[in-house]
Design a protein around this ligand. Structure first.
Ligand code: PLP
Ligand code: TYF
Length: 378
């Protein structure tokens, strides 16, 4: 029966990791997977996470099932981190929050919700975007199209193109936006541009749909990185937000995240939440407890919360530092007079160099040759 199953293509990001493992060169660096490494190239478990885990072990918490919507303390903490603890929409009960399987699982749940309750709607995604976005909407049978985002001429944002494409989309489309630190370009709109984006989305009665995978990890500040989402919420708009704790708390493999839906009335939020639960139940029944407890314990304890913010700042700072070094060495070595400052304007763990395939190959060849001290004809 299974003979007819064809081989699936490998995941492009995981493919790079496999090639990396197989490579014997000492100077190899894996620039594919979005996972933070220390200066010594090692994976990093945050001290505050270890501390929270030790406390959890001491307390001897059990492993009983969570309810479908997840850990209540986590859901409260995650909505407050996203929107600000004193945001009126929280006080008014307008936010439906469901713990889900990290960023990816939360996006997938949101996609299932769109497919079920807005079967006519289309999702607009940026060109380019994180590769998995297309897979998620394809598998959920949600039609999508792209809006212009990256401008190769400036290695910056094609803002006019973006606005024009969002404007031209059918009324009531879902517009997927990266809350901060756009993956893969590292190019974010300015605060003024965010205002204009909100204007068009509001005029066209579109639904803003944020993917927030890097809150606090991009700038080092949880509040600064939530600026875009809070701007839309402040306008009284309904907003969809998927959150992930993979990067900012280094919980990659624990699968901790949430879907938040800011609604127009508390009854609406209750109904939306009930339907999200109904979708989650036959998919995975309920989410994992360990990472959710870590988040709830860290955020719920002022000392640990402070320590987390410090470690987040350190990670964001190191990434900015690496970015500066890349800029400095490119500027020093490149005699063509090209302006590389776009590298400094990008944010987060991804960077677009603006180099084409042939240039990247030459760049690698020259660097490898220098490193292993081979003579090379430039
Ligand atoms: N969204 C974006 C833009 C990402 O870059 C990532 C991870 O790289 C995710 C979502 C989902 O990550 P996870 O499922 O580990 O939370
Ligand atoms: O896209 C990323 O960077 C993360 C890492 O099979 C990842 O989602 C990539 C591929 C994969 C699992 C995780």
């Amino acid at each position: 029966r299974f003979e007819g199953v064809p081989m699936a293509p490998p995941d492009p990001i995981l493919g790079v990791s496999e090639a990396f493992k197989a490579d014997k060169n000492d100077l190899k660096l894996n620039l594919g997977v979005g996972a933070y490494r220390t200066e010594e190239l090692q994976p990093y478990v945050l001290n505050v996470v270890k501390k929270a885990e030790n406390l959890m072990l001491e307390k001897g918490e059990n492993k009983e099932y969570l309810p479908i919507e997840g850990l209540a303390a986590f859901n409260k903490a995650t909505a407050e981190l996203l929107l600000g603890a004193d945001n009126p929409v929280i006080k008014q009960g307008l936010v439906a929050t469901l713990q889900s399987l990290s960023g990816t699982g939360s996006l997938r749940l949101a996609a299932a919700f769109i497919q079920r309750y807005f079967p006519e709607a289309k999702v607009l995604i940026s060109s380019p975007t994180w590769g998995n976005h297309k897979n998620i909407f394809n598998d959920a049978r949600v039609p999508w199209s792209e809006y212009r985002y990256y401008d190769p001429k400036t290695v910056g944002l094609d803002f006019e193109g973006m606005i024009a494409d969002i404007e031209a989309a059918p009324e009531g489309s879902f517009v997927l936006l990266h809350g901060c630190a756009h993956n893969p370009t590292g190019i974010d709109p300015t605060p003024e541009q965010w205002e204009k984006i909100a204007d068009v989305i509001q005029e066209k009665k579109h639904m803003p749909f944020f993917d927030v995978a890097y809150q606090g990890f991009a700038s080092g500040s949880l509040d600064e990185d939530a600026f875009s989402v809070r701007l839309f919420v402040k306008r009284g708009m309904e907003v969809f937000v998927a959150q992930s704790y993979s990067k900012n708390l280094g919980l990659y493999a624990e699968r901790v995240g949430a879907i938040n839906v800011v609604c127009s009335a508390p009854e609406v939020a209750d109904r939306v939440k009930s339907q999200l639960k109904r979708l989650a139940r036959p998919m995975y029944s309920n989410p994992p407890i360990h990472g959710a407890r870590i988040v709830a314990n860290v955020v719920g304890d002022p000392t640990m919360f402070g320590e987390w913010k410090q470690e987040m700042e350190q990670m964001a700072g190191r990434i900015k530092n690496v970015r500066q070094k890349l800029y400095d060495s490119l500027s020093a070595k490149d005699k063509s007079g090209k302006d590389w400052s776009f590298i400094l304007r990008q944010i987060g763990m991804f960077s677009y160099t603006g180099l084409n395939k042939a240039q990247v190959k030459l760049f690698l060849l020259v660097h490898m040759a220098h490193a292993i001290q081979l003579p090379i004809a430039h």
